[in-house]
Design a protein around this ligand. Structure first.
Ligand SMILES: [Mg+2]
Length: 378
């Protein structure tokens, strides 16, 4: 029925544009990279049909990798129950979800079944290592706490702290102590908020367990990429957490190991790597998998979620640093459920308007608007 409705629309135009966002402050360092910039300029594609419907979304593919879909019926490319069904149309995964939602008068979270909450937990993913800058005279921890306060006022109630200062930016012992001091300070200053930590694989297992020893009473909400995922070290981590901080989640899968083939089942992720992660999940060494929403792809994530559920864990797809990816992930979470929380990216949108989404007390309210519910102002 709904696919028949999509068949009544033929694509008459595919337009490429870019949209911009600006973060509230320059985003500095994680354990490995120096600078995360002021906000992205993102390539998007806008689809228009002969009946006057249009939809748009992120589409990273180069022009030569983007199929000419003009003349094709939307129903030959997209099935609301699955997502993109014509492999050649995969580079337009997000725009086709938006367009189909517009044609069907349905939000993406409704299209996916509305199995998750309407108010999706959303944490602040923008707490980086401003304390170690400028290098000649570092300002210290106060600035990081100010950033938390700023983002608290935007509505965030959970902060993800970048840790691993001793990997590159500080002598190892000082860096370890700074990570511990920051974690404890955030816990003390924001007692009602969750604290998440992300080392971007910047610790060894031994080093990370020493960090954890210093914060085991902080009831960390989650630990992300403490070290490169491997069975032996994750077993040691689990053993520690079971004794000292049993509610803390371990999440991994952001970093790609190997490359997926174009058109493969997990987009840019290698199937062997996804198999490794699902295996670690089945062994209860990981609690959530966080492969990027756009690197995997929206349709592929829809396909992957049942396997994640079957492995006994939840999802929390990575979104940094594109705020549109936060909104896409929130729609996935609200539609499919089984998602812990969504990585939020404080920013203001230029050229587009996401005001239909509202962040309040740490929850991102899903709009009823069709598709992804983000307006293009261009
Ligand atoms: Mg991360």
């Amino acid at each position: 029925m709904s696919r028949a409705l999509l068949d009544e629309h033929r694509i008459v135009e595919v337009r490429t544009l870019s949209v911009r966002c600006r973060y509230p402050r320059r985003i500095s360092r994680n354990s490995k990279l120096l600078n995360h910039g002021d906000g992205p300029t993102t390539q998007v594609r806008v689809l228009r049909t002969d009946k006057g419907a249009s939809g748009w979304g992120i589409s990273w593919a180069k022009p030569e990798e983007t199929p000419d879909l003009v003349g094709r019926a939307v129903g030959s490319l997209f099935d609301p129950d699955q997502g993109v069904v014509a492999p050649e149309a995969m580079p337009l995964d997000f725009p086709l979800h938006d367009l189909s939602g517009v044609i069907l008068g349905q939000s993406v979270h409704q299209m996916l079944g509305g199995k998750g909450p309407r108010d999706v937990p959303c944490y602040d993913g923008a707490i980086y290592m401003d304390d170690v800058e400028p290098e000649e005279n570092p300002v210290g921890l106060g600035v990081v706490l100010d950033n938390c306060r700023h983002d608290y006022d935007l509505g965030y109630r959970a902060f993800k702290l970048k840790i691993g200062r001793g990997f590159k930016w500080m002598p190892p012992e000082e860096g370890l102590q700074r990570d511990i001091d920051l974690t404890r300070a955030v816990r003390d200053l924001f007692p009602g908020c969750d604290t998440l930590v992300d080392a971007n694989d910047g610790y060894t297992c031994d080093g990370f367990l020493r960090y954890l020893d210093g914060v085991a009473d902080c009831n960390l909400f989650w630990i992300e990429e403490p070290f490169q995922e491997n069975r032996d070290d994750l077993r040691r981590l689990r053993e520690f957490l079971t004794r000292r901080s049993p509610r803390t989640l371990v999440v991994d899968g952001e970093a790609r190991i190997g490359q997926g083939q174009p058109g493969g089942p997990y987009g840019g992720f290698a199937p062997e790597h996804i198999d490794l992660l699902l295996g670690l999940a089945r062994e209860k060494l990981l609690d959530a998998l966080i492969m990027d929403i756009a690197s995997v792809g929206f349709t592929n994530w829809r396909r992957l979620m049942p396997a994640v559920t079957a492995a006994g864990v939840r999802a929390a797809p990575h979104t940094w640093g594109e705020p549109l990816k936060t909104l896409y992930t929130a729609q996935l979470a609200s539609g499919l459920g089984n998602t812990v929380t969504v990585e939020g990216i404080p920013a203001r949108a230029l050229d587009h308007d996401w005001n239909a989404y509202a962040l309040k007390e740490g929850l991102l309210r899903m709009p009823d608007a069709p598709g992804f519910g983000v307006k293009l102002l261009a």
